[in-house]
Design a protein around this ligand. Sequence first.
Ligand SMILES: [Zn+2]
Ligand SMILES: [Zn+2]
Length: 123
Amino acid sequence: MKKDYIYNVIKNSQTSLTAEDIYNNVSQNIDVNLSTVYRTLNNLVNKNLVNKVVRQDKIAYYELAQDTHKHYLICDKCNCAFPTQMCTIDKIANKIKKETGFNITSHTLEFHGICQNCLKNAK
Ligand SMILES: [Zn+2]
Ligand SMILES: [Zn+2]
């Protein structure tokens, strides 16, 4: 099934993928068009199997939905995204919640810089 192919591509990826990335990968194996990929992705997001994350570059990236939330280190050279589970924002959010009464339910945070590969290649 097309849905399983698309889900597996996301599942087996070390990093989050755009719809185009997924399409390029899946279309090598099965006959599929980009609008089907988008439709399937929306479907997976609605079922909470996949998370859609819109980054500061306004592009939507897809990743497997997990209990632990992640933030990404984004390389400004190659646009690779490396996940990190390091996050102390929840502590800060709790403090803000107490002080302001604002019910914070989520946060976004992105780190930008140059990845190790690009640093190596620059030498
Ligand atoms: Zn890089
Ligand atoms: Zn966080």
